[in-house]
Design a protein around this ligand. Structure first.
Ligand code: APR
Ligand code: PHB
Length: 392
């Protein structure tokens, strides 16, 4: 068995793990990232596309924001439509802030490239990663690769391994409290090399179901329609998708949308999930390993960023100043912001989607909430400050 010593062992080479590794490296702190998949597989996953200012700032701090600053699209607002109504939420007016439209795949690629350029240790195809000696001062990660068993002895372990990872399962069962809501529908999404139907995002509440018009650039569009959670992807040809999307869009958008072949098509389930606490001894949970939000509020990637903000500061404080206070307050600091984003994502999902068991009263309240939002400056200001991201 090969044995390596590092300061921080990181499980997962998604945005959380790579961003943490990069920020620690820039402060002279050594880490090893273990990823069970290949780099190509990680980059093949199509995920979110809207970055809060806090995430943008973190990528600039991590010295991997050049391509984002060149190719990203700064958005000052977006539209909400319901019935015949179309209303623009002016983020800039209400908050003075904006969001950056730039795909998570691109963020991950920029982080991967930065890690490689700076000689980072990111080990792909690391199988059966396991956490051992967690209650000792030198916990370790073991894994298999190329038929060999390896160990990485660490001071601390960051579980950045997503919802299905090993780190949350390594927390003591009696300590962990999990909170969950599963939604009775999913999102069917496509990516197409077409001009986006609008320069800004359009969130649609339609009686047939939710729809979203988003983008990755001005030549690559990302569209979603709400679908049954057990929908069969094989039954959704491109034509059927475009027809259903256009039924749900406002007339002008339905008439002008550019359609084309999908280059990616997938169905995502919607869930709200929080695991508490996010730390046990020398193990920290970050990102999707600790929480999941429905994509409606575009919070998943951005919550990963705020976790890594708190975790990087806690570890840097420890190694550079011998501080343990930020390590001790890590879980509480993360969860205060996580729960606010969970609430916002749950609320926005509730007012934008058609629920199978929805009564006429429920529908009336949903439309009234949207009518109030679009008619009240105060409501839009509260909405906008949650959408652009609450302070870290
Ligand atoms: N061993 C090693 N790696 C693992 C293991 C394991 N046992 N389990 C999972 N992984 C890897 C996954 O292959 C993935 O690359 O951990 C990584 C976790 O990455 P994400 O799931 O992207 O989670 P995170 O980095 O927290 O980013 C959150 O990603 O899933 C989206 O919507 C989510 O936008 C949010 C963002
Ligand atoms: C996306 O572009 O994938 C996207 C944008 C906004 C959301 C969700 C997803 O709220």
């Amino acid at each position: 068995m090969s044995s390596t010593r590092t300061q921080v062992g990181i499980i997962g080479a998604g945005p959380s793990g790579l961003l943490l590794s990069q920020l620690l490296h820039l402060q002279g702190i050594d880490s090893v990232v273990l990823e069970r998949r290949s780099a190509d597989y990680v980059l093949g996953r199509v995920r979110a596309g809207v970055l809060e200012q806090g995430m943008v700032d973190m990528l600039r701090e991590a010295q991997c924001a050049d391509r984002m600053d060149k190719e990203g699209l700064v958005h000052e607002g977006f539209e909400i439509t319901f019935g015949e109504r179309r209303h623009r939420i002016d983020l800039k007016k209400h908050t003075g802030s904006t969001v950056m439209v730039y795909g998570q795949t691109e963020v991950t690629k920029d982080l991967m490239d930065a890690r490689e350029k700076m000689g980072g240790t990111v080990i792909y195809d690391a199988e059966n990663v396991a956490i051992e000696d967690l209650n000792s001062d030198t916990p370790k990660l073991t894994y298999q690769k190329d038929g060999q068993t390896h160990e990485v002895i660490c001071d601390y372990i960051a579980g950045c391994d997503g919802f299905h990872g090993v780190s949350r399962k390594s927390m003591p069962e009696k300590l962990l409290k999990e909170h969950e809501r599963v939604y009775p529908f999913g999102w069917l999404g496509i990516l197409s090399e077409t001009r986006p139907v609008s320069e800004e995002l359009i969130y649609v509440n339609h009686w047939r179901g939710f729809a979203l018009c988003s983008m990755r650039s001005m030549t690559r569009s990302r569209y979603y329609i709400q679908c049954a959670f057990d929908e069969d992807l094989e039954e959704w040809t491109d034509d059927r998708f475009w027809d259903e999307l256009r039924v749900r869009l406002p007339d002008e958008a339905a008439e002008t949308i550019e359609m084309g072949p999908s280059i990616e098509k997938s169905i995502a389930p919607l869930r709200s999930f929080v695991a508490e606490p996010m730390r046990h001894g020398r193990l920290f949970l970050a990102g999707d390993a600790a929480h999941i939000v429905p994509p409606t509020g575009a919070k998943g990637l951005n919550l990963a960023a705020s976790d890594i903000y708190y975790l990087s500061r806690a570890l840097i404080g420890f190694y550079k100043e011998g501080r343990e206070d930020l390590i001790d307050s890590y879980s509480e600091n993360c969860l205060r912001r996580v729960w606010k984003a969970e609430r916002f994502s749950w609320w926005f999902t509730n007012i934008m989607h058609r629920f199978p068991e929805q009564s006429s009263f429920d529908r009336g309240c949903q439309i009234a909430e949207l009518d109030y939002l679009c008619g009240s400056n105060a409501a839009q200001e509260a909405f906008a400050e949650n959408y652009v991201g609450l302070p870290f």
